[in-house]
Design a protein around this ligand. Structure first.
Ligand SMILES: [Zn+2]
Length: 245
């Protein structure tokens, strides 16, 4: 079977001296692992074939059989639309973290075309982001979109324990990863993993506010990273770059 599609590379692993295993996030077929033969550069000048890198994006041709674990990447024509990512380490780290999260939470051959488009928008927007707070805000927006896409949106309408509806007059509000949502002050003592939130951060989680101070965004990002770690039963590798104070 041949698949012609658009794709982002979201993970690479060296397989042999000349080959890589690449994980591709395709527009129409979702996540697909493939072997890319002859693409691994041994020395920068030794080969005309260039390595497929994480965040490469372009048109590809894959061939695969129904029961094969790995497809074969036969063509990959990379376009350079997101070159701004590599001009700033914070942008690049945010993009690689998002790619790692897609890889972690999507199943193979499970199409998510809407998430594909949102990932493309996210990458384009962070290419233009100059301040760390802007990069964080865009990363958080994409992470919330991804959680919605996989059916794991955090519950923010009511306290997950007593079901009391949330409103901005609550004297305090907390987030519990284990409970998957917010907890009120009366119930918080029963949730050992709780972290304090505030009304603005809840609005960001609900996609009804877009800006906040850098310190607030950092605390929300830390909560989201904890939540992803809880869902995946392990920390994302790139999380360490976003836990600094
Ligand atoms: Zn409660």
């Amino acid at each position: 079977m041949l698949l012609k599609d658009k794709a982002f590379c979201i993970r690479t692993v060296d397989y042999s001296e000349t080959s890589q295993i690449v994980t591709l996030f395709t527009l129409t077929a979702g996540k697909i692992s493939a072997i890319a033969k002859g693409t691994r550069k041994i020395k920068p000048s030794s080969s005309s074939a260039s390595a497929v890198e994480v965040l490469s994006c372009g048109s590809l041709v894959l061939s695969y059989k129904e029961n094969d674990k790995l497809a074969v990447l036969t063509e990959f024509e990379s376009s350079a639309v997101y070159s701004g990512l590599r001009k700033n380490l914070d942008r690049l780290n945010a993009a690689v973290l998002a790619a790692e999260t897609i890889d972690k939470f999507l199943k193979e051959h499970d199409p998510h075309p809407e998430l594909f488009r949102k990932f493309a928008v996210f990458l384009k927007k962070i290419c233009d982001a100059r301040q760390y707070a802007q990069i964080l805000a865009k990363l958080i927006k994409f992470q919330i979109e991804l959680l919605a896409e996989i059916g794991s949106s955090p519950l923010t309408a009511v306290c997950v324990n007593c079901k009391n509806p949330y409103n901005s007059k609550w004297p305090a509000v907390f987030f519990s990863c284990a409970a998957g949502g917010i907890v009120c002050r009366d119930c918080e003592s029963g949730f050992s993993d709780r972290t304090a939130l505030n009304d603005k951060l809840i609005k960001i989680l609900n996609n009804t506010a877009v800006s906040a101070a850098e310190a607030e965004l950092k605390s929300l990002e830390a909560i989201l990273l904890d939540y992803f770690a809880y869902l995946a039963a392990g920390q994302l590798k790139m999380a360490r770059y976003f836990r600094r104070l």
